[in-house]
Design a protein around this ligand. Structure first.
Ligand code: NAD
Length: 359
């Protein structure tokens, strides 16, 4: 991948390499667009096969954050950090862990507030307290908004209800069949919420302990990761990693609805977004349905209040319904309706920034 060509194609601002020999820190911070405000996006730590995969993931995730904030009506830009490593191993050495996250915090600080970080896959609120020792540009701390995952799950269930309402005629989840791929932080919370509302669940994961725990709590049926696509269910909820909707999986889906938390679910947005649309499958755009965690963390910037946060996340229900309706009215795939919604807000706000206010 030629990074400059990629950055030019999708309008990126900045890609920063991070390296600290002492703590083993290696990774990237990417700032996609700061028209609406500072770039906010979590820090992902993952064992990437190589540097190129990590850089591409960082670029893709940062762009998703721009759209996510824009669609959710937040005054934030899009950014992301991707670190190469194994978070479980890092946690075993407390001194190295502290050095790693403080070194990272110092690099975040050098960006002068252009990038604000928080948790993502592989990171915990405690890691963020270590980052906080070096920079104010970090949210999702235990004493304020904490782990975003239950809030993300809350938004996802609202989004599922919106899809179910549009497709099945009622937003009640009693008896609705849902297959969840990935029962980590978000997937496990979502499973519990769905079970509490009477949905019938199937789950898959590569982590057997996580599967056993969620199944015991919710009565969900465990299936092999590769068998989840073929199930005769109403809703397929991708809650693991990205690119899960692709040439191999889309033709196998029997679900009428795809609605889950994973970022970048479409392997190729244009190709696979159209493929779902042509198959008559309603796709809840990932960055719209999974914005609950971001909305919650954003509240820290304006004075954290849990009730206001939940209220703001509830709006995902109406937003998803609006997108599905516009898609049906115009015969435009949902992913494109959402992209246009994001682009419109960014363009509108870019233009108001051109008004001179005399200060
Ligand atoms: P997590 O790491 O806690 O959970 C991911 C789960 O997916 C793990 O249990 C993992 O074992 C499982 N998994 C990995 N590969 C799999 C496979 N091939 N098949 C089935 N399961 C597999 O992460 P999380 O915080 O729950 O986030 C899940 C997804 O939602 C990610 O894509 C993340 O970017 C996205 N997301 C999370 C949040 C949040 O608040 N945590 C917010 C927005 C988006």
């Amino acid at each position: 991948m030629n990074k400059f060509e990629y950055m030019e194609k999708y309008g990126y601002e900045q890609l920063v390499y991070l390296y600290d020999r002492n703590s083993g820190l290696r990774g990237f911070i990417c700032i996609h667009n700061t028209t609406l405000g500072p770039a906010l996006g979590g820090t992902r730590i993952w064992e990437y096969e190589n540097e190129e995969d990590a850089a591409l993931d960082c670029l893709r995730l940062a762009r998703g954050m721009t759209k996510k904030a824009a669609c959710a009506g937040l005054n934030l830009g899009g950014g992301k950090a991707v670190l190469i490593g194994n978070s479980k191993n890092l946690r075993k050495d407390t001194v190295k862990r502290e050095a790693f996250w403080r070194a990272y915090g110092r690099y975040v600080e050098t960006l002068g507030g252009r990038y604000i970080t928080a948790e993502d896959v592989g990171t915990t609120p405690f890691d963020m307290t270590l980052v906080r020792q070096e920079t104010d540009s970090v949210l999702g701390l235990p004493e304020t908004s904490g782990d975003p995952s239950p809030f993300t799950a809350h938004g996802v269930i609202k989004g599922i209800k919106a899809c179910v309402k549009e497709e099945l005629g009622s937003s009640k989840l009693e008896g609705v069949k849902v297959a969840i791929s990935g029962v980590g932080h978000v997937g496990a919370s979502l499973a519990e919420m769905l079970a509490a509302e009477g949905a019938k669940l199937w789950i898959s994961d590569i982590d057997q302990d996580a599967l056993a725990e969620v199944s015991a709590k919710t009565g969900a049926i465990i299936v092999e990761p590769n068998a989840i696509y073929d199930l005769d269910v109403d809703v397929f909820a991708p809650c693991a990693l990205g690119a899960i909707l692709n040439d191999n999986t889309i033709p196998r889906l029997k679900a009428k609805i795809v609605a889950g938390s994973a970022n970048n679910q479409l392997e190729d947005s244009n190709k696979h977004g159209v493929m779902l649309h042509e198959r008559g499958i309603v796709y809840a755009p990932d960055y719209v349905i999974n914005a609950g965690g971001l909305i919650n963390v954003y509240q820290e910037r304006i004075g954290y209040n849990r009730d206001s946060s939940i209220h703001a996340i509830d709006a995902i229900y109406d937003r998803i319904r609006e997108i599905i309706r516009e898609s049906k009215d115009t015969n435009v795939p949902t992913y494109l309706v959402a992209d246009r919604m994001a682009e419109r807000r960014i363009e509108m706000m870019r233009n108001i920034n051109s008004i001179y206010v005399g200060k």
